[in-house]
Write a protein that binds this ligand. Sequence first.
Ligand SMILES: Cc1ncc(COP(=O)(O)O)c(C=O)c1O
Length: 378
Amino acid sequence: MIPSQRALFDLPREVTYFNAAYMGPMPRHAAKAGAQSYADKQQPWKLGIQDAFIDAPEHYRALGARLFGARADDIAIVPAASYGLALAARNLEPDAGSEILVLDGQFPSNVYVWQALAERTGAKVRTVSRSDNESWTEAVLAAISIRTAILACPQVHWSDGGQLDLARISDAARRQGAALVLDLTQSLGALPFDLDAIQPDFAVAAGYKWLLGPYSLGLCYIAPHHQESAEALEENWINRQGSEDFARLVDYQSTYQPGARRFDMGERANFQLIPAGIASLQLILDWGVDNIATTLGHKTQDIIEAVAPMGLIPATPDRAPHYLGLAVPPQTPGDLVKRLAAEQVYLSQRGTRLRITPHLYNDETDVTRLVEVLKVIL
Ligand SMILES: Cc1ncc(COP(=O)(O)O)c(C=O)c1O
């Protein structure tokens, strides 16, 4: 169990923030690194080629790789989940009539891209639903078939908090020759990820939620067997061999930098974001993802016990330890989230679920405050 880390965050005592799944607050020292990066941009001679363009993004990549359990070589720096998913879609070619599986109510960045691919190729997007007492794992395993060409899913469903057993699912998908594409935005950094057992083709995570980083900076794992053959979305100059030598950039190179670097977004060295991203990832690695998951598991359990008497009940079996998607009682006012926010209690509603997502800055005072305010409103 990790003790409260509230002092590392700029969270006034009167604010109860249970909304990491919406946006992770940046730790103070990450924000400071970000502010320094803007100060440096006012004095560009401080942005040295080696540090700013090469070492800093490599540092970010290496830290991110540890969260995936991957080699730095297997990680591309991306701006958004949609970018990594577009990369996957560009490099997968489902047969006409084959199926691309997605979950019911899945986050749109991981749906639209497959609808577009299906239109191009004649494949079909099939939506996997689950019944109330069924887990997402059971529903997905039942849906995988010889027709499955691609399974595009998360590790944790963003609205109900259901966790998928990706090792089992991956095994079943691989037996049918299907590609596995993962959106880890609602889990990486808060839930361990077993790369060896899961072996996805592509796995992406936006960095501004559970990675506590700045907006527009994320990470994408690309399996080694795709790296040589796959096409990048952009042909940025720095992703080519020898780009460290700024004097010779127009000695155009046909070879790329090694591994997944060829898929990096343009301006991957983003010196306004990378320093803050490094600070946040380092903090997560220092805490340890196993420890974060265990600690958040206790916090969500405390919340469940505190709110259950008001009729707020977890809406899925196999819920992820860090994530609560609660079914709300019928008398719940439509503007519940707004009324909570008016009392400085912040959480989300996604679909019919009340989403409560704590992090290490939340403590008992927050739970007490949540219950106090809910009691008044419900
Ligand atoms: C599951 C999931 N994926 C991705 C995103 C963000 O997508 P993008 O980075 O494409 O804007 C969110 C944001 O809420 C999300 O919940």
